[in-house]
Design a protein around this ligand. Structure first.
Ligand code: NCD
Length: 315
């Protein structure tokens, strides 16, 4: 993710507008008055290509497009000419050459896939997760949820705990957070820390960034937000590796919450596992349901921003 602070704030403000749009729509639905609902993306088509499992990202990109009046098409790569040996680059080039395609959303297990296809696609391609590397739209949704709850971004302390190595959302999240005056606490076991190149990149974005590292959630008792990542079991090699990490994986406990800030918020890109037990779901601290909606508004904002010329883009 290479967005500047101004880009990020601009997108968050547009997402705020989308939140209002959705509220208006709800009101109109209740009043059975659909006639006035705007459809800014009427006649635009999104191609949704998910070559890894997804609930939130796939569903919300598609839902966002539909709410804005657009159309959605899905393509499963195993039923495309990839099965006949065609490269991903070629498949995307074909799909993007249809006069009916306006934008492509791609999730792919390979880290390099997105860069390859962006260069040759005839339409914009949004990264919905590339292997272990990044998931930028999730990170924008996460900081939108954080700003909504805390009313600000500068001055916060954010702890990020769990599998910082294999979880891609965290990589985009730290790049986004580095644009603000935020203290980041990285909490992970030995072997699951943030990849060194990601840390170097954060320091390039913000040489003055405050980063602390710890291996226990106790380090997060001063934090304003704790972002928990599941163990990416499917990206680990052996069962032995999986169970050894599981044994001492950071997770929210009642003891932790008793020591933490009263208004600490708990965040997760989902899916949640043992790190956020079900009993946390209804706590006022849990912000992960709003996080899902925040991502939806961000995706609406991005589709709108990319497909409709904006006169007010910050210079
Ligand atoms: C994440 C993903 O796929 O990267 N989920 C999501 O898109 N919201 C996180 C994960 O799989 O752990």
């Amino acid at each position: 993710m290479d967005l500047t602070r101004n880009d990020i704030l601009y997108i968050l403000d547009k997402a705020e507008g989308m939140k209002t749009f959705c509220k208006e729509r709800e009101k109109e639905k209740k009043e059975r008055a659909h006639r006035t609902i705007l459809q800014p993306l009427k006649n635009a088509t999104l191609y949704s290509i998910f070559d890894e499992p997804s609930t939130r990202t796939e569903g919300s990109f598609e839902g966002a497009m539909i709410l804005l009046g657009g159309e959605v098409k899905n393509k499963k790569l195993d039923s495309s000419s990839q099965a006949k040996g065609e490269s991903l680059k070629e498949t995307l080039k074909v799909l993007s050459s249809f006069p009916s395609t306006d934008i492509i959303i791609l999730r792919h297990p390979s880290e390099s896939a997105i860069k390859e296809v962006v260069e040759t696609s005839f339409v914009p391609v949004i990264n919905a997760g590339n292997g272990r590397d990044e998931h930028p739209t999730q990170a924008l949704g996460d900081i939108f949820a954080l700003r909504t709850r805390k009313g600000k971004l500068d001055g916060l302390e954010v702890a990020i705990a769990g599998d910082l190595k294999n979880g891609r959302t965290v990589h985009s999240l730290v790049y986004a957070l580095a644009n603000f005056d935020i203290k980041i606490k990285l909490i992970s076991q030995e072997g699951l820390g943030l990849p060194p190149d990601v840390e170097q990149n954060i320091r390039k974005i913000n040489p003055k960034i405050k980063i602390e590292k710890a291996n226990s959630l106790d380090a997060a008792t001063t934090s304003d937000a704790v972002y928990l990542l599941r163990l990416q079991k499917e990206r680990l090699q052996t069962d032995q590796e999986r169970s050894s990490y599981e044994a001492s994986y950071p997770k929210i406990t009642k003891e932790f919450l008793a020591k933490a800030k009263k208004d600490v918020i708990l965040m997760s890109p989902g899916p949640k596992h043992e790190e956020l037990p079900e009993w946390t779901d209804n706590l006022p601290n849990s912000a992960y349901w709003e996080g899902i909606q925040s991502c939806f508004y961000i995706r609406m904002a991005l589709l709108n921003l990319i497909l409709i010329k904006q006169e007010d883009y910050p210079s």
